[in-house]
Design a binder for this molecule. Structure first.
Ligand code: ADP
Ligand code: MG
Length: 380
């Protein structure tokens, strides 16, 4: 797989140097970069260059309609604000925006203009997909998926938080502005876009505080309903091919339907959240029965890759909690009910290792991200 050939051409030397350094520091695996600040050097290079240039970013003072179209796949004008007139129907981006946003815009334009498969370099990480599921609504799937993402990122892992619920609360936890969201990804999946890795790069947000990557919620709830199980499997596979994340935490809905079964099939690990109470126990039993049926009928052994966690434990002392419900041998970790989670200080609870809740969640995170044995419990 290759890197994209990117040429930056602008007479502003310090701008070019800043952008070049940013790209080499953050996107060296994606781009091979050349830069020019003098018109003669740029045109000399363009006339002699035998390799195709994937993307040419060019300021207005270096632009000319005569730039040879056959050597440049995508030309983007770097402007210092909104252009008064569109130039030769060229794409144009604001050069003064955060480096990550600028790169996302560039990739978005490039993949929109080039519909064929673009060979791109993949990262070298073996991505572990961890589903966070519970048949019980409100059991704490989002709390745990978000908390585990933040803790894992804090431990130095490269993390994607993927919310596949119908209704998201993502923006309560993560902050980032972007004009793309999960709708764009769902659209490209349906269209069988050949450049899904680049589309993920163009659509993702990076949380300012924790560095967790994620998508903003889709425009409408119904869009998730239109997704076929195989579309979602394809998305998860693309994350694996991408090789850029150590772990993707998938925040799932509570239904045990074809979509969630498809997601579980691709997951390397599934955290299942149980809760105390009769109705909750009944739902969990029904879920386990269903797992049994699926394993016999379809030869899918999800139970092998599941870690059962009991959340909102009401017992006061964590050591006492570890001994309750001895019949629930399947429960590996118990997370206490933590009053502070129901307040606005929710986010700081995850990192607070002084609390019993924070300690248990950290233990769970270490279990998930240090375990290198991915792909356990595959279809036998
Ligand atoms: N251990 C806990 N202690 C106290 N409140 C919790 C705990 N875990 C989750 N909650 C709260 O329960 C509610 C539902 O949690 P959420 O993660 O949104 O559930 P789900 O995603 O499974 O529907 C939220 O208000 C959350 O703050
Ligand atoms: Mg949720």
């Amino acid at each position: 797989m290759a890197k994209l050939n990117l040429v930056i051409a602008d007479t502003d030397e310090s701008y070019v140097e800043g952008l070049y350094n940013f790209i080499m520091g953050h996107y060296a695996n994606r781009f091979h970069v050349r830069s020019y600040t003098k018109k003669s050097c740029l045109y000399n290079f363009l006339s002699q260059n035998v390799d195709q240039i994937d993307i040419l970013l060019v300021s207005l003072d270096l632009y000319s309609a005569a730039i040879p179209q056959d050597t440049v796949k995508t030309l983007i004008i770097l402007s210092a604000g909104k252009l008064a007139l569109q130039i030769d129907e060229r794409d144009c981006i604001n050069k003064y925006q955060h480096g990550d946003k600028l790169i996302k815009n560039i990739i978005q334009i490039f993949t929109d203009r080039n519909q064929g498969a673009i060979p791109v370099a993949a990262g070298n990480k073996q991505t572990k997909i961890v589903g966070v599921y519970s048949p019980i609504g409100g059991a704490g799937k989002t709390t745990l998926a978000v908390g585990l993402s933040m803790i894992s990122a804090g431990m130095g892992s490269s993390v994607f938080y993927l919310n596949l619920e119908n209704i998201h609360s993502t923006q309560t936890f993560f902050k980032c502005e972007h004009n793309q969201n999960l709708s764009n990804i769902l659209y490209h999946l349906k269209e069988k876009n050949k450049n899904m890795i680049l589309k993920i790069e163009a659509c993702r947000c990076i949380d300012e505080a924790n560095g967790v990557h994620y998508f903003l919620p889709p425009d409408s709830v119904g869009e998730m309903d239109d997704m076929l199980p195989e579309d979602l499997q394809e998305l998860l596979r693309q994350f694996k091919i991408m090789g850029e994340y150590h772990v993707v935490f998938v925040d799932m809905s509570s239904s045990f339907d074809r979509r969630n079964i498809a997601i579980m099939e691709v997951c390397d690990d599934i955290i299942v959240i149980a809760a105390q109470g009769n109705a909750e126990q009944m739902k969990m039993n029904a879920f386990k029965q269903e797992l049994d049926i699926i394993s016999r009928k379809y030869d899918m052994h999800f139970a092998d890759k599941m870690t059962f966690v009991l959340n909102k434990c009401r017992e006061k002392r964590i050591d006492a909690m570890q001994h309750i419900n001895d019949k629930d041998k399947h429960i590996e970790i118990r997370l206490p009910f933590h009053e502070a989670l129901t307040t606005s200080k929710q986010i700081s609870c995850y990192m607070d290792t002084d609390s019993a809740f924070g300690q248990s969640l950290n233990r769970l995170a270490r279990m998930k991200i240090t375990d290198e044995t991915i792909a356990k419990g595959r279809k036998k």
